[in-house]
Design a protein around this ligand. Sequence first.
Ligand code: SF4
Ligand code: SF4
Length: 405
Amino acid sequence: MSDVLGNPAIPPDASDSLAVLEKQRSTAETFGIPLAVLLEVTHRCPLQCPYCSNPVELDRAGKELTTEEWKKVLTELAEIGVLQVHFSGGEPTARKDLVELIKHASDAGLYTNLITSAVLLTRDRLSELADAGLCHVQVSFQGTEDIAADRVAGYRGAHHKKIEVAKWTRELDLPLTVNAVMHRQNLHQLADIIQMAIDLDADRLEVANVQYYGWALKNRAALMPTVAQLDETTRIVEEARERLKGTLAIDYVVPDYYALRPKKCMGGWGRQFFNISPAGKVLPCHAAESITGLDFESVRSNHSIAWIWQNSDAFNRYRGTGWMKEPCKTCEFREIDFGGCRCQAFALTGDAANTDPACALSPLHETIFKQAEREAEGETNRFLYRNFAGGTLEPDPGESGKHGA
Ligand code: SF4
Ligand code: SF4
């Protein structure tokens, strides 16, 4: 991808970059528009995962873009060169118009992926989605055992339903990705999760360790794994990758608290990724609204999506390396990891321009590493469930065995 800001062909004060592009017959590649975009079509979700990547301040249904507004977004995305859209949430199937939106995206030439918790789907509706042009399904799992997995989801019967939907997906000849979010309370099931993905005939398995912002940061003490657990996880993933070459592709996202260098979050702020929130905000990452003081433009504004991507303050604030302070500013890795995660830097230091404390060169690294180690000892296992009420603390097992939505 070319450097958007460094492209002299695009005037810095262009009022509408899309128009400029059209005039210049430029391509999405030279402009740098991401090829895949995440659409969070709603924050509504019947599940209550304590690690949910949605912001703690969830968008209510009344703020969501309408069917026509989402259709306009999809048309615009296709026009500016986006090739793939991920329908996510919240739970995207909570939107009654999902079939219509998938059909619109498909007609516009977009490859469509559905990222779903699966619990609201029926076989008929999945079949309708397939007929509308849905290309791929990604089902998230909380574990492999009904009771334990349903407890994490905060929804009784969720695991059983997910298995059903995964089977329907393959029966309808749609490619399937199993998405497993891992943490201290389910890492012991990893080998079984890999086997479950094989049994479900998945093409791909995403083993994603929890990243700690939003709801996950609130639940960090109940989710943080031990160093020994992580070493074992890495060993299992590496062994399975070798053994299952050609059968199951395994993506592995490591937790960065125990790393020496931070992840290249989102491929670098405003470089390869944007997502659109239920209310239409165009965001450099799905957690970006956790950074206060940044003003995110909306698709409801007078600006095109291409203009927002190229010119808006929120995207330009942490693009490239010019915004960096020490130690990132003069670090040899600054164009490799772009200083790590801005949301994590903000959450842990109060300033998104600081070095991500996941980096060993951050003055805070030692402190957060020690805190992670302390929390991993497991003083509390109770979850704060994600919901519109700001969270509900899991009942004390001593008081009640009940859980679920
Ligand atoms: S992480 Fe869980 S609660 Fe959050 S949107 Fe996904 S399924 Fe719903
Ligand atoms: S100091 Fe900054 S650029 Fe250097 S490794 Fe750490 S986060 Fe990356």
